[in-house]
Design a protein. Structure first.
Length: 325
């Protein structure tokens, strides 16, 4: 082991023949003597790298001659900090829950590469009592009140638990798929059917572990969609309402790409419009045409069904103004 700077302890080695084909988490545990649970945490925090590339999946296999690097010391930040500068809109709040309209570009919580300026930091400034949830047995101290997420490039409605009973109630509704989450998405190409369902398991891509994909061993995932409008000029696109029947990472983006209609702006899953017929947009880098437009759930205290709607933000509406049926 060596000092990686700023007091960080670093382990680095070349993978020997005896570990050729071994899982990265097992290899790190064998080489460092650390428990597997600690290694799993380090992988999730981006502290394990192979040939300079961060490892995202602990089951990734190693090859002889690769350079394995492990940052033994935890990240140098102290977790979420109240930050008044984080901008977001609150569309509803009561003693049990908060409904946020998240802008695109805002990361929900801390993670690899994001240790400040997240939605959680902003929530702690407005609602400091959220910090009391984890000590009371409701969730993670790094994600106070967070029961589901939106990708950085996605905008729209997100519910946050404000009390311990609400945290458990909302988490259960999401696990049992009784909470309604409806999105607006503009996709490449013309969908033939007016409505459909994509029912295919989603897991880590075996070829590109930083991406999700439809995989045989993935978790069950189901997305329903309905066509809202079709456009032919200046390029063929379709506006759809997509409903999450499950809630897997990047689910809508993966499912729509899998049926040949990726979300516009989604370079990761093939959402770039063909160069021969470009769609002139001013979407910011990383912004996808995906908006969480409607959220429905049973109130944790009263049991009453409540719903909230969010109109398309200006940047997405500007794209639609460029299109003609």
């Amino acid at each position: 082991m060596s000092d990686g700077g700023a007091g960080a302890e670093v382990f680095e080695t070349v993978v020997p023949v005896t570990l050729d084909g071994e899982r990265v988490d097992r290899a790190v545990a064998l080489l460092t003597g650390l428990p597997r649970s600690a290694v799993t945490e380090m992988v999730s925090e981006g502290r394990v790298a192979v040939d300079g590339e961060r490892v995202d999946v602990r089951s990734r296999t190693l090859a002889i001659g690769q350079v394995l690097r492990v940052d033994i010391a935890p990240p140098t930040h102290d977790g979420p900090q109240a930050d008044a500068s984080v901008a977001f809109d609150v569309v509803y709040e009561d003693p049990h829950l908060i409904v946020v309209d998240k802008p695109a570009g805002l990361v929900v919580h801390h993670g690899a590469g994001h240790t400040s300026g997240t939605l959680v930091d902003g929530l702690l400034w407005r609602y400091p009592e959220l910090a009391d949830l984890a000590p009371a047995g409701a969730g993670d101290a790094d994600r106070p009140g967070i029961v589901h997420r939106l990708d950085r490039g996605t905008s729209g409605l997100l519910v946050v638990a404000r009390s311990v009973p609400a945290f458990h109630s909302l988490s259960l509704q999401l696990r049992q798929h009784t909470a309604g989450r409806h999105y607006r998405a503009l996709v490449a190409g013309l969908l033939e059917d007016d409505a459909g369902v994509v029912d295919a398991p989603i897991g880590r891509s075996p070829r590109q572990p930083t991406r999700m994909a439809i995989t045989r061993g993935g978790r069950p995932a189901r997305t329903s969609y309905t066509v809202v409008a079709r456009y032919r000029e200046p390029v063929e696109t379709t506006l759809v309402e997509a409903t999450l029947d499950t809630g897997r990472t990047h689910q809508i983006r993966v499912h729509l790409a899998a049926i040949g209609h990726p979300v516009v702006g989604d370079d990761r899953y093939g959402g770039s419009v063909p160069r021969s017929t470009p769609l002139p947009t001013s979407l910011a880098p990383g912004r996808v045409f995906l908006h969480a437009a409607r959220l429905s759930l049973d109130h944790p205290e009263t049991g009453d069904r409540q719903s909230w709607d969010s109109p398309l933000p200006a940047d997405l509406d500007a794209v639609l103004q460029l299109l003609r049926p």
